[in-house]
Design a protein around this ligand. Sequence first.
Ligand code: CA2
Length: 170
Amino acid sequence: MSARAGVNVETLQAASLQKPDTILRSLSVLVIHGPNLNLLGQREPGIYGSISLAEINRLLEAEALKLQAKVTFIQSNHEGILVDAIHEALEQHQGILINAGAYTHTSVALRDAIAAVNLPTVEVHLSNIYRREGFRHNSYIAPVAIGQISGFGVQSYLLGLQALVGHLRS
Ligand code: CA2
């Protein structure tokens, strides 16, 4: 081993010999759950299944581990709290995974917050919003998201996380 200015040259050489795709940057993703999603598993299992929000978060943790990413969760029933969380994400996270719940179809404020921070965002829905009532067919989030996954239950979240991390690493 040769040493220069206290730097372990062997370690540097080993790092530079790795294929670029095997050097994984540490990535942090903020997962946002909107209004009423705290009720998952307790009400309306016919539409949203019997899985709880805590279980969805556990599955996302496990998926994030496989993807070598970090996930942080917030659920709120209050639009302003979600807007604040999106603003604060700019300092701490590289991407956002969001199920904005009913705010998907109503909230210009959430859309503007996502556009303002300009963090890559993936929109997910448990149900297929396009097979449901007409008022669920419009998403204010979709035009400022890099993509949307809808209709696959908890898989929508897991596929969304994979897509977001893939996008951030590409
Ligand atoms: O399918 C989705 O993930 C939705 O974002 C869920 C929202 C709905 O307003 C969107 O149109 C589609 C509703 C979340 C409410 O979750 C509940 C869970 C259990 C019981 C009642 C509501």
